[in-house]
Structures are given as structure tokens and as C-alpha cells.
Design a protein around this ligand. Structure first.
Ligand SMILES: N[C@@H](CCC(=O)N[C@@H](CS)C(=O)NCC(=O)O)C(=O)O
Length: 209
């Protein structure tokens, strides 16, 4: 297998944490988004969508989405399970992963990519350029607040997002919560359930990567 990573970006970090939680060591190439290496002909020959992470399997299949990478690794290396054991658990993990991507990852990216000068004309990842829309950043900022509320409500009733066990959904949420620092947002001080959850995950070896 070959893993294409980017040490500074949140989505590759999700895959990196998943790989580490599985106890796997996979040959890795770092692609610098800051230097625009995702647009090199060599990398676009691997992933024409010009995004990271990418996992190329031993069979030569190119997996260019976190969910595809996680599903592949979970099927090939089932222990420890990170996507649920029972049908109900599996459903809950994907449900919470999706909620976190849509309600957390999207608004955080909307704020960053529609305000920061580094993303002028790069408001969306991918091979095409898109102009920034300042209104999207404003809407995103409001939605980030709702995301922190949503996390607190869920984590006040459940130790981890999908239930009693640490899963893919927690990796996704942990990475996006950490990444929110780039838009100067942190877990609100009074959100004690989220702070406890974040502290618990923060000491895992995979969270140091
Ligand atoms: N849906 C993809 C998202 C991949 C993505 O957006 N990656 C960003 C890095 S966090 C990227 O490749 N950005 C390249 C760019 O901004 O040009 C996944 O879950 O893997």
C-alpha cells in the first residue's frame, strides 16, 4: 500500500489517525499543499481530483476519500474495530461521521476558505478554481457555533459520538475540532462533556501525529 499524506491538512490527518489506530505502518509520501504539489502532473496522475489523502491499495485501487480509505482498512484489518461491530453500531458510526463532516467540517472550511488570502480563488479544494464568497464565511461561523452545541449535547449523553467505544466518528470530530483553531474557534469553556472527550482522545498516540 502507498499512502499520500499532507502533514499540515486536516483530512489527511483523519486517515493518518485511522491508520495509527489500526497499528499499521504504511509507506507514505508527503505532498505539500502549501507548495501546490497536489497540482503536480505526477500527483494528478494518481488522483486527478488533486486532493489528499489518497491510499493506493496493494491491488492498485486508488482511494481518494477518507470514508473509502477507512472502509477498505476496516475490511482488511478488522481489529480493533473502528466502524462498529454490530449492524446498529456500524450504522451509528457512519451516521455520526456524516453529521460531523456536514455540520463541522463543512462550516469550518467555509469560514477558512472564504476569508483567508491564501485561498483566494481556491474556495473549494479540487482541480477547478472557485472565487471566495464572504457570505458563506459568515454563515459558516454561525454554523460552527451550532456544531459545538451539537457535540456537547451528544457527548453529555454518550462517552463517544457513536456510543461507548472510540470510533471513526470521533477521529473525524477530534481532527475538525482541533483544526477550528485556524479560524480562532475552540471548544467553549462551559462545554465540559466535549472538553473531557477531547482530553481523553488527545492522549492517544494516534492524536500526536
Ligand atoms: N472528502 C475528502 C476531502 C479531501 C480534502 O478536501 N482534502 C484537502 C486537504 S484537507 C485538499 O486536498 N486540499 C487541496 C487544495 O486545497 O487544493 C476526504 O474526506 O478525504
Amino acid at each position: 500500500m502507498l499512502f499520500y499524506d499532507c502533514s499540515t491538512a486536516p483530512n489527511p490527518r483523519r486517515a493518518r489517525m485511522f491508520i495509527a489506530e489500526k497499528g499499521l505502518q504504511i509507506e507514505t509520501r508527503d505532498i505539500s499543499i502549501a507548495k501546490g504539489e497536489q497540482f503536480s502532473e505526477a500527483f494528478k496522475a494518481v488522483n486527478p481530483n488533486a486532493t489528499l489523502p489518497v491510499l493506493v491499495t496493494d491491488e492498485g485501487t486508488v482511494l481518494g476519500e477518507n470514508l473509502g480509505i477507512a472502509a477498505y482498512l476496516e475490511a482488511r484489518f478488522p481489529e480493533p474495530p473502528l466502524m462498529g461491530r454490530t449492524p446498529d453500531e456500524k450504522g451509528l458510526v457512519l451516521m455520526w461521521n456524516s453529521i460531523v463532516e456536514q455540520q463541522g467540517g463543512v462550516p469550518i472550511a467555509e469560514v477558512l476558505r472564504n476569508t483567508h488570502p491564501a485561498f483566494a480563488d481556491r474556495a473549494l479544494p479540487g482541480p477547478e478554481n472557485h472565487a471566495q464568497i464572504p457570505e458563506l464565511a459568515q454563515r459558516g461561523a454561525t454554523r460552527v457555533g451550532h456544531f459545538f452545541d451539537l457535540l456537547e449535547t451528544r457527548l453529555a449523553e454518550s462517552p463517544y459520538l457513536a456510543g461507548p467505544e472510540f470510533t471513526l466518528a470521533d477521529i473525524t470530530a477530534f481532527v475538525f475540532v482541533d483544526f477550528a483553531r485556524v479560524i480562532k474557534r475552540r471548544i467553549p469553556e462551559g462545554n465540559s462533556a466535549t472538553l473531557t472527550w477531547h482530553e481523553k482522545i488527545g492522549v492517544r498516540p494516534s492524536a500526536q501525529l
